[in-house]
Design a protein around this ligand. Structure first.
Ligand SMILES: [Zn+2]
Length: 87
């Protein structure tokens, strides 16, 4: 899922992404500066947890196709949850 899709799914406008090698699940866990939520200006970072369907999920009927978003959640963070850098 790219940044534009994540913005659509979460109703946010996102700024830059913090990426580091300490994040072992970079396709599932993404740290972004949040600039707006539902059009309201924001100035904080969030750790997004997004789970995309894999072949097993499709086989078991949990999803219609691979890559489909099964779950999305996020929490406000001030530090990277993986490397500890201040954001
Ligand atoms: Zn980091």
């Amino acid at each position: 899922m790219d940044k534009e899709q994540l913005e659509q799914e979460s109703g946010t406008l996102l700024g830059r992404e913090h990426r580091c090698d300490d994040n072992e699940l970079p396709t599932h866990l993404k740290t972004y500066k949040v600039l707006a939520i539902d059009g309201e200006a924001q100035d904080h970072w969030e750790l997004f947890s997004l789970w995309l369907a894999n072949g097993d999920d499709v086989a078991s009927g949990e999803a219609d196709m691979e890559g489909e978003l099964l779950n999305l959640s996020s929490i406000k963070v001030k530090y990277c949850a993986f490397c500890g850098a201040q954001l």
